[in-house]
Write a protein that binds this ligand. Sequence first.
Ligand SMILES: [Cu+2]
Length: 291
Amino acid sequence: MSTVDQRPLADPEQPEEPTNRPAPRDRFREWIARPYARRIVILTVILTLLIVPVAFLVLHFMNLSGGPASPVMYEIEKTMFVFTVVSAPLMAVTLAILLYSLVGWGRVKAKGLEPPMQESPAIRGNSTATVLWISATSVLAFFLVVWGITELATITAYSYGSTAADQQPNSQKAVVVNVTGQQWVWTFEYPDEQGITSPTLVVPVNRPVYFNVTSLDVVHNFWAVELGIKIDANPGAVTNTGVTPTKLGTFNIRCAELCGLHHAYMETTVKVVTPEEYQAWVREMGGKRMA
Ligand SMILES: [Cu+2]
């Protein structure tokens, strides 16, 4: 038995007689009456309902490692979640068609069956479907663009301290840290604390920290994961970013720019401590900051 479809293909140059075309509502009824269409719609709904809690769980498990440890990271995680939820139906319908095609048509082929005959006019060329698809995806995309630009402004304001002081989580004088990347270590220098240096970052909680970032050799990228800040470390130039840590704990710092053989091991930690612990650490490191 041949599995090659011998039916004549529709000639796109010769559309059906308009008088024979059913009304859009009837076409939709015919379409949804097809068993595979109904199964794909049901699969889409189930997958949408699955994707949202999975996204929530992923964020939850990410937070087990300590984040979000700053307002910036909180905004970033909120944005990741909103983007996932809004794109979930589109991801679901794509996955539903893919899964149904793989499983359903795989079974047809395995059993040596003929593919089902066309049951009603193809949805291709249906202007109602086209308009619905384009409007729905445009509205979603527009929402995400507006959300993204708004969040970007918020995050930039938090990171660079350009927000008015009363909108900052804390308006105290910033701790300044000079960050230097080199193959394959980070060094943190505190110019306001007699220039003490440390291979790990230690900062007080609820106080702005301002970073001057540079590199001694190639391009690196200073990424404080749970604090939600990330900026290039370029040789011969200084880049700036800032953050106000709002959670006590030890968090990750990584290099986020492929910089050579041991790039993957170019990591250290940031310890967010109480102001008293910070003073004690500064004294222990040789600084003499007054309380
Ligand atoms: Cu690097």
